[in-house]
Write a protein that binds this ligand. Structure first.
Ligand code: SER
Length: 318
């Protein structure tokens, strides 16, 4: 591929913020066009290179932007997550599907070479074995967010075979990060718990004890994303739906890790509607295909992640 000209949608979100900074470092700030609909843009995004407001729901806006900036690669991250999605399922479908369709259509019309469209562990659902869920299994999501993720995976596959559009994607576990807060997901608790541990030495978890979920630290999430996009297409057996995993924990497990660093920390539980979503998701993920096809391997386990998170957040919240 010639020089990359990259569009990031949802570039101010939890993953978008840190991924965009890394893309600028790797491909040059001039070649990375970070976009979002949000007004509250952090300095690292606003000051380090291009930032534009872009609404993926508006086909003309996306089309003009891609043409004007000669975009050949898109990281399409703009989406409504699982918790918010259950509060307004119709809006979730609208943003996640119509937004993605606009991006696919513009990409095909403008001969964009590569698209990254993330999937999620929410794509599975009830009635499948929840431990070590395999690369190939029945997908029966019970959340609207999960429904849109399975549809996104299938669309990516469809456009790959129909038009040769090189669509890639990962089934992300819950992502833990120190830079930008997640917004409206079920796994947000795993980030909030660190803020509360540092500020108040206590956290009330809306996910109940005894509910393990797959999780990953942001540096590994970014590595997985860029490595998959850089992988030689000849080695890839799958497109928009690679399983990736790092570790799994329940709220009491992460609380125990935090306690090793902050001994006064305590946790209690007040499950809300997100408990039901969490219970429909797998407890662990088999990522053998990613390991074999593009050498995926996480660097952080739960202990290393906890130490690093507390260190980074303590400095940030000082
Ligand atoms: N972190 C996401 C959520 O909780 C899962 O993809 O919605």
């Amino acid at each position: 591929m010639n020089m990359k000209r990259i569009l990031v949608s949802g570039g101010v979100g939890q993953i978008g913020t840190e991924l965009s900074v890394e893309l600028r470092k790797k491909y040059g700030a001039d070649n990375v066009f970070i976009t979002d609909i949000r007004e509250d843009v952090p300095a690292i995004i606003k000051e380090g290179g291009h930032y534009n407001k872009l609404n993926v729901m508006n086909y003309d806006e996306v089309s003009n932007f891609v043409k004007k900036n000669e975009i050949n690669t898109i990281y399409h991250l703009a989406a409504i997550l699982s918790g918010k999605g259950e509060e307004n399922p119709f809006l979730c479908w609208d943003v996640n599907m119509n937004g993605s369709m606009n991006v696919f259509k513009v990409a095909i019309e403008n001969k964009v070479k590569q698209i990254f469209l993330p999937s999620s562990m929410a794509a599975w659902g009830l009635g499948i074995p929840s431990e070590n869920v395999p690369q190939e299994s029945i997908m029966r999501p019970t959340s609207m967010y999960g429904v849109t993720k399975v549809a996104g995976e299938r669309l990516g596959e469809y456009f790959f075979y129909k038009y040769g559009l090189d669509t890639r994607g990962l089934r992300y576990p819950g992502i833990i990060s120190s830079e930008a807060l997640p917004g409206g997901g079920t796994t947000d608790y795993a980030v909030e718990i660190f803020y509360e541990a540092i500020k108040n030495k206590h956290y009330t978890s809306y996910i109940n004890k005894g509910t393990p979920l797959p999780m990953m630290y942001m540096p590994d999430c970014i590595k997985a994303t860029i490595d998959l996009m850089e992988a030689d297409i000849k080695t890839l057996r799958y497109h928009g739906d690679y399983n990736v995993a790092a570790f799994s924990f329940a709220p009491e497990d992460i609380a125990a890790e935090i306690k090793k660093v902050i001994p006064e920390f305590t946790i209690d539980y007040k499950p809300d509607f997100r408990q039901q979503i969490a219970e429909s998701w797998p407890t662990s993920i088999d990522d053998t295909a990613a390991r074999q096809d593009w050498n995926w391997k996480p660097n952080f386990d739960i202990t290393a992640m906890t130490v690093d998170m507390i260190d980074k957040l303590s400095k940030k919240l000082m």
